[in-house]
Design a protein. Structure first.
Length: 439
């Protein structure tokens, strides 16, 4: 028998591989953070002896969920900017951020966000925010997969200390100092075409390409943004990015609600990916991204929650349900099916990050990120179709176990990395600092 670190066995395994393989009474063997094998439980239990086991009987085992667009530390401001437009939201948030953010407040807020994400079966996130170094330290404490890096936005930095030109050099040092790790890639964040000039966007993109980093940008989030960019530069946001040569397989655009057919064709032609954030887009009244048209054109679409201020939750499974439902409103119930929505939260999200060869499905050789979802509750029975159950019936509260890189971070609904009460107490202690600040 071959030694393994972890054997998850007995559940229905939804691999999310290319064939959509489902293994009843299946198992996943893990060693050194990597999946060794996936198959029938009887076969794997005969082949592998494991130091640790998870009995997934009566459960659904699936790949870890991927959040392709979020601002984790915004847990600090949850509920502080509700029922406003995108522009009103940004005004409020920027005001709060300038008063409240520091490495310590970001660390406390991200710690709560990681706890929330792990409970929801989210194993990977792409996080655009200030003081990314603090967020990385927190993720490393937990053993959680976080992609983040320097953020550029032509507004006063909460640190109020790094001019744009100096920020480029700081970002270069940050990227140069990174050590390659499985399942992680460097990332740079340019907020948008309305908060950065074309010259700035070009500089940031050149830096990203120098280091093979993923570049992440908000684009075409609503009609007002599109009008602003068009008035300034004579081009719509995606048109502008295309004209600057920024579109490509290492660019991930967030939102893309307001797109023309030629813009969709440009995204497909260049291999540019999209992070679809249905809950945030609905809550801010931005509209509904043309996801069926994007998919028909061959654009890779992942799912994101946005921050916990604009969506109030980091629940990717909730975004799966919204993505599977809202596109049917035009009258086509097949517009985004259950399987497609689940894939957007797993393998397609991984591909959007440029990590589809390492994450997003349960296959030998990939990183061991997986979720065990308890099927005991009445709303999950019977299990006729795992895709349908995940998209239309399951809740994040049904997640029982979460594994990242072969390490169990949530076991029997108990958070492993930290004392959860202390994490929440740390967040609550900070919320009092927002009470006297004007909105």
């Amino acid at each position: 028998m071959t030694a393994a670190d972890l054997l998850v066995h007995g559940g229905t395994v939804l691999t999310v591989d290319g064939a959509g393989t489902v293994v009843p009474d299946g198992a996943v063997a893990v060693r050194d953070g990597e999946i060794l094998a996936v198959g029938p439980a009887a076969d794997l239990r005969a082949r592998y002896t494991a130091a640790e086991e998870i009995d997934a009987s009566g459960c659904l085992v699936l790949p870890g969920l991927v959040n392709t667009h979020t601002h984790l530390a915004m847990t600090l401001l949850r509920g502080r900017a509700d029922d406003v437009t995108l522009q009103g939201f940004l005004e409020r948030v920027i005001h709060w951020e300038s008063r409240l953010l520091s490495p310590s407040t970001v660390a406390a807020a991200v710690r709560a966000a990681v706890a929330e994400s792990v409970r929801a079966g989210v194993t990977t996130a792409l996080d655009m925010y200030w003081f990314h170094e603090a967020a990385e330290r927190v993720a490393a404490e937990a053993g959680w997969r976080l992609l983040t890096g320097p953020t550029f936005m032509d507004v006063p930095d909460p640190a109020d200390s790094i001019a744009y030109a100096d920020r480029l050099e700081w970002a270069r040092r940050d990227l140069a100092g990174r050590t390659p790790r499985p399942g992680i890639r460097p990332a740079l964040f340019a907020h948008s075409a309305y908060t950065l000039s074309p010259a700035q966007l070009t500089d940031i993109a050149a830096l990203a390409r120098e280091f093979g980093a993923l570049l992440h940008i908000h684009a075409a989030e609503n009609a007002s943004e599109v009008a602003t960019v068009e008035e300034r530069y004579g081009k719509r946001p995606v048109e502008l990015l295309d004209s600057l040569g920024l579109l490509g397989p290492d660019l991930l655009l967030a939102h893309t609600v307001d797109l023309t057919d030629p813009e969709i064709a440009a995204l497909a032609r260049t291999g540019t990916s999209v992070a679809h954030c249905p809950v945030s887009n609905l809550k801010l009244g931005c509209g509904v991204a043309p996801v069926p048209r994007l998919l028909d054109a061959g654009v890779t679409v992942g799912l994101g929650t946005d921050g916990a201020v604009s969506s109030n939750t980091l629940d990717v499974l909730g975004a799966v349900r919204q993505a599977a439902l809202i596109h049917k409103a035009a009258g086509d119930p097949t517009a985004v099916g259950a399987e497609q929505a689940v894939r957007m939260a797993t393998i397609e999200g991984a591909r959007a990050l440029g990590l589809g060869d390492q994450l997003g499905s349960l296959e030998a050789g990939k990183r061991a990120d997986l979720v065990v979802l308890d099927l005991a509750a009445p709303h999950l029975r019977p299990l006729h179709d795992p895709w349908s159950t995940l998209a239309y019936a399951a809740h994040s509260s049904d997640v029982r176990d979460t594994v990242v890189d072969g390490r169990i971070l949530l076991q029997n609904r108990v958070l492993g990395p930290w004392n959860e009460a202390e994490v929440l107490a740390g967040l609550e202690a900070l919320t009092g600092t927002t009470e006297t600040a004007p909105v």
